[in-house]
Write a protein that binds this ligand. Sequence first.
Ligand code: PLP
Length: 422
Amino acid sequence: MPLCLEQAQERDAADPLRSLRARFAMPRAENGEPFIYLCGHSLGLMPLAARAEVAAALDDWEHLAVLGHERARQPWITYHDAIAGPTAQLLGCRADEIAVMNSLSVNLQLMLASFYRPAGRRRCILIEAGAFPSDRYAAATHLQWHGLEPRETLIELAPRPGEDCVREADIEALLAHRGEDIALVLWPGVQYLTGQAFDLARIARAAHGAGALVGFDLAHSVGNMPLPLRALAADFAVWCSYKYLNAGPGATGGCFVHRRHFSSPRPRLAGWWGHELVTRFEMPQHFRAAHGAAGFQVSNQPVLAAAPLVASLRLFREAGVQRLREKSLALTAFFELLIAERVPEARLITPREPDARGAQLSLRIGADVERARRIFQRLGAHGAVCDWREPDIIRAAPAPLYNGYADVFNFVARLEEAVRSA
Ligand SMILES: Cc1ncc(COP(=O)(O)O)c(C=O)c1O
């Protein structure tokens, strides 16, 4: 018997996290119907509490002006500490290994300035061939910054012919073969296009075994799956907060610096906010880094941009990362099953093993790209929000904080209808 809407609704009724959905704003289509929103991998929904959090920051600004640095409800001087703690819980590391700041690409540039130090033969950066453009641009421009030619020093590892995903074994083999040339491995936690979740501990081990440093782009991992960052032993990591973290468009991102680098003489691109707090306002000439990742901060905290993150992190604490992952595994498996039943024409490029993916499924529909594009457009016209990535990939992700089984069912029903009529 194929799955039906009633079964999806029964699962929703039994979901211990179901009440969290009401804590988010669900946008509506022009006809007043709520969207079927499976786009948290791109931009998460707004936690309703975000408005109050931003309003409180505005109130403090209105009533305290400069005095808010010390007297705001969450004083602005130490605002960072209030976000670093809960973020660290989510990422499985120590709070002093986290700096919540800037956007992902800016943090990546800063981290590369510190951690990409070509020396002698060890000059190359290893990335994946399908890396997110910003990661590729950052790696290539750092090579150029050091006077190197990316064509010779940017190693891009592609999936095997006929495959969509890169195998960890191939990363290991490449590092075993060319390890002495590689200064840094830059790898995503979850691949933005395919939704593949990598075994990051394995990649970190292989990189370190070859004598290279390793940094992770966790844009699609943070808030999507539990991250034992500390156990991974990565040298650094960067992320944004507007996807599964639901902190709003362009929200403050973050970075992780492993504690073994806290007191290393590694250079950094410094700014006054990374100076140790006790003497920061004495305006000293010489930079003395604050302890830990906080010493990599550059500017003072954009409180209005960070406030929604405070609201969102509270919801994560309430839900619990492990419980969210359990729901996510079940929800995405349900999604996969429904697609197989109702849209057999769709081909998943996301791995089928639950450990090798997060919430997102990426699909290709048929060989006719224009028809696939029409299917995607029809989905949008019928209130189902997901996204399209060139050349022919539809990405959709049920986010366990606010999506349920009925959302997934209704989405696949729209997809089936769109495929039939396209
Ligand atoms: C994998 C990945 N890396 C980097 C970025 C760039 O993020 P930002 O614009 O916040 O710098 C994104 C944005 O979607 C992304 O998906």
